[in-house]
Design a protein around this ligand. Structure first.
Ligand SMILES: Cc1ncc(COP(=O)(O)O)c(C=O)c1O
Length: 358
């Protein structure tokens, strides 16, 4: 008997997983610590009663796209929704990447951009951020000389928290358009920062901005994300996506969430205030941290020789606090990433970190 053989290019690839450990304080996957409004839960329960379970969902997800379009002030034909922004990214790579094609990323960044590229057979071109985790113009130019089919910018960047300036993204968009590269701006954390590249998307532009309901909308459990892109990009992506990919419950859940915009904004505001408080408190500890425009902070012990990232991560875990261990990721020696939690969770994290670092 012979076992079926995995694709050669996948055999060395590891799956992408964040450890799911049973702890008291979970600050490792940038979820919202605050649940969505109770009214949303109640409305969803009512709407679920109306779902025609024997029928396929709306294939083009029209109502949801209309509601998302209204929220962003764009044409509904510029919206594509899928099962989390990861599926949006996968759909974009299936459409514009693939064997014989290239995607570029700037490390350190969200590992799934490279990972999904690899899964879709897309070659990955890696540019490097500078010491402050910004992307230099020369680095961008060098990467574009290799003619990638898509170029990822993550802003705010995960895991560094760095926000790319509007000027930089505008310039990247112009340079990408000149060489036929699709610029994908991943704004999973966009609402935590002070500007959005959605304004730059218009017919004729070559930008797709990906967004998610997982973070600011407190809906990681439902798996819903979307992109705003020129109509032609949306139409092209629809050619690769499976029929009826987005189930009826998800479609209605997203539409209902969009009735609670002010609630979402106050949750974001609270988390931004907590991020500022946490950053201020971290200044008093022997750690290095980087400015963040997201719902997390990247930090490391100033004495990495004495307390490695791994040591610190384990010491926090021993105290039932789970943060993300980024210490083996490119350019992130010793670094951990902590998600902003509730004020109580953040106080507890800070107190334990202080105790561990002496
Ligand atoms: C930068 C970035 N993009 C996309 C995602 C995926 O989000 P979703 O839950 O919508 O698939 C994440 C999740 O952590 C992320 O950090």
């Amino acid at each position: 008997m012979q076992s079926p053989r995995i694709r050669d290019d996948l055999s060395l690839l590891e799956g992408y997983h964040s450890p799911q450990v049973d702890v008291q304080i979970r600050l490792n996957t940038n979820e919202s610590p605050i649940p969505p409004p109770q009214q949303w839960v109640e409305d969803l329960s009512e709407e679920i009663k109306k779902v025609e379970w024997n029928r396929y969902p709306d294939r083009l997800t029209n109502q949801l796209c209309n509601d998302i379009a209204e929220f962003h002030g764009v044409d509904p034909n510029m919206v594509f929704a899928a099962n989390g922004s990861n599926e949006v990214i996968q759909s974009l790579l299936l459409t514009y990447g693939g064997f014989g094609r290239k995607a570029s990323v700037f490390e350190p960044t969200y590992a799934l951009h490279s990972h999904i590229s690899a899964i879709t057979g897309t070659e990955v071109i890696v540019g490097e951020c500078n010491e402050d985790f910004a992307i230099e113009s020369q680095t961008l130019q060098k990467v574009l000389e290799k003619r990638p089919n898509v170029l990822f910018l993550c802003s705010p960047n995960n895991p560094t928290g760095t926000v790319a300036s509007r000027e930089f993204v505008e310039s990247a968009a112009t340079q990408c358009a000149a060489v036929g590269t699709l610029l994908i701006v991943d704004e999973a954390y966009g609402e935590f920062s002070d500007w959005s590249a959605v304004d730059l998307v218009r017919e004729g532009s070559q930008i797709a901005v990906t967004k998610t309901f997982s973070k600011t909308w407190s809906m990681a459990g439902i798996r819903l994300g979307y992109m705003i892109a020129p109509q032609v990009v949306v139409e092209n992506v629809r050619t690769v996506v499976l029929p009826y990919h987005l189930d009826s419950v998800k479609q209605v859940a997203g539409s209902l969430a969009l009735r609670h915009i002010s609630d979402m904004r106050s949750r974001v505001e609270l988390l931004v205030q907590e991020r500022q408080r946490m950053a201020k408190k971290l200044l008093e500890l022997p750690v290095q941290q980087w400015p963040s425009g997201a719902n997390f902070i990247l930090f490391r012990s100033v004495d990495n020789a004495q307390k490695t990232g791994e040591d610190l991560w384990e010491a926090l875990l021993d105290r039932s606090i789970l943060v993300r261990n980024c210490s083996s990721w490119p350019k992130l020696e010793g670094c951990l990433r902590v998600t902003i939690g509730t004020p109580e969770e953040n106080d507890s994290f800070l107190a334990h970190l202080e105790a561990i670092l002496g």
